[in-house]
Write a protein that binds this ligand. Structure first.
Ligand code: 5AD
Ligand code: SF4
Length: 440
């Protein structure tokens, strides 16, 4: 049996972290990861269902993998993650090359599923769990001088935003034992990692109760930050209805917690926010942004926006544009609404904004965000930032690249510095995507 394992990952950072858990579980059973798909005995595609085009990409990829399987029938092909959870046996029926289906809470079972598949049986486990956090599994981190790692601190989601498939494919929210998170952070520091991103669908609702001790997110992040002052700590994703003053104060008093908050707004219209079941209004969002700006004046703020949600009018869209101008986001991920089967919006609301209008509105918000992103970068010219060096720049071998605490990419001439070094960089110029400067 060829025990070479090839994993291909789609979707969010959580899925990247999950692929490391999968690699670790499989390594315990003698599978070793390869980077070349043609050497693989087992191919696992870790999938995403968030939007229709995410799934479409994976259907197309499966067509390519079909030809590998035709050449070598012994190759085992497995689908893991959100799409596996959502489409279940339907995938096995439609796509005959698939041998294994494993949902996000079934990764411990993968070696057994692989055995079943080796014996010629289709193997499925899509059971969602109330308690699985994989807390005892040490993820297979990149050992090749990696400096940045993700630590999932919770799984699942209880928010029930009406457009979102995540609660259905990842199950109910559960927080991971803080001791296992701190142990993992300590291990990473000892192995030379310099940046940790704490991951959860809604980190602000992290809560772990042990006896009479309650650990909330702001306690947890401060403990992680105290592991080593040379470690940078990031986190994602925050929720406007839950982000707390305590968290903002914790960030403000810990210099190594990065000055960047990803705070998805989704829409600038309170009516649409209510239909999305987001739990806050436009005004609530304004007051969250004001609190961030008051407590952490040098904090950058990024967001997610969905355009063309059910019943969205031109006025609603204008409200999104005006909110963006007011908030002056440093960065944004922008999407047009894509109906996901089974969600509350799919069941109760009509996807009634024509595709060409969704697209036109999306283009308008993208173009506004481009100018806001440029403004945010121009604002940094003349300032000095501490940059964590990540490696050589792709464009020029003499230049290094890294990020500021605010998560902005900086390119600067190297002069003997290397990956993992902190340097102070004076920003002298910018392009649409990066800041440019020199070490001082
Ligand atoms: N359609 C479009 N965008 C979506 N997102 C989540 N669900 C959908 C959907 N059905 C976006 C949201 C979320 C980000 C991860 O993906 O903006 O914050
Ligand atoms: Fe991540 Fe959501 Fe995609 Fe699942 S559906 S991989 S949780 S983005």
């Amino acid at each position: 049996m060829n025990k070479n394992l090839y994993i291909e990952t789609y979707g969010c950072q959580m899925n990247i972290a999950d692929s490391e858990v999968i690699a670790s579980v499989m390594a315990e059973h003698g599978y070793s990861q390869v980077q070349d798909i043609t050497r693989a005995g087992i191919i696992l595609i870790n999938t995403c269902s968030i939007r229709e085009n995410a799934e479409q990409k994976i259907w197309n990829r499966l067509k390519e993998i079909r030809s590998l399987k035709r050449k070598n029938r012994k190759i085992i092909v497995g689908l893991t993650g959100c799409m596996a959870e959502r489409l279940k046996e339907e995938l096995l029926e439609k796509e005959l090359i698939i041998d294994i289906i494993a949902g996000p809470d079934a990764y411990r079972d993968l070696p057994a599923l692989a055995k079943e598949a080796e014996n010629g049986r289709k193997a499925v486990n899509i059971t969602l769990s109330r308690c699985e956090t994989y807390s005892d599994i040490s993820p297979a981190y990149d050992e090749n001088g990696g400096i940045s790692a993700f630590i999932p601190i919770m799984r699942g989601c209880n928010n029930m935003c009406s457009y979102c498939v995540v609660p259905y494919v990842r199950g109910a929210e559960r927080s991971r034992d803080p001791d296992s998170i701190l142990k993992e952070a300590g291990d990473l520091v000892r192995r030379g990692f310099r940046e940790i991103t704490l991951l959860g669908q809604n980190v602000d609702s992290y809560k772990y109760i042990s006896g009479n001790q309650v650990t909330e997110f702001h306690h947890l992040i401060e403990k992680v930050a105290m592991t080593d002052r040379l470690l940078r700590v990031r986190f994602t994703t925050s929720h406007p209805k839950d982000i707390s003053q305590e968290l903002l104060r914790t960030i403000a008093r810990n210099e190594n917690i990065c000055r960047h908050i990803h705070l998805p707004v989704q829409s600038g219209s309170s009516r649409i926010l209510q239909l999305m079941n987001r739990g806050y209004t436009r005004e609530d969002y304004f007051s969250r942004i004001s609190a961030i700006r008051n407590i952490i004046p040098d904090c950058s703020i990024s967001t997610d926006i969905i355009t063309g949600f059910c019943t969205e009018t031109e006025e609603d869209h204008e409200e999104t544009l005006s909110l963006m101008k007011w908030a002056e986001f440093d960065f944004a991920y922008m999407f047009r609404y894509s109906e996901r089967p089974g969600t509350r919006a799919a069941r109760r609301l009509k996807d009634d904004v024509p595709e060409e209008i969704k697209l036109r509105r999306l283009n308008e918000i993208i173009s506004l965000q481009n100018s806001l992103s440029k403004k945010s970068k121009r604002h940094d010219i003349g300032k000095v930032f501490e940059v964590l060096t990540e490696g050589f720049s792709k464009r020029s071998a003499d230049s290094l690249t890294g990020r500021t605490s605010q998560n902005k990419v900086v390119v600067f001439p190297g002069s003997g510095k290397k990956k993992g070094d902190y340097v102070n960089v004076l920003i002298e110029d910018c392009t649409s995507a990066t800041l440019k400067g020199r070490i001082i």
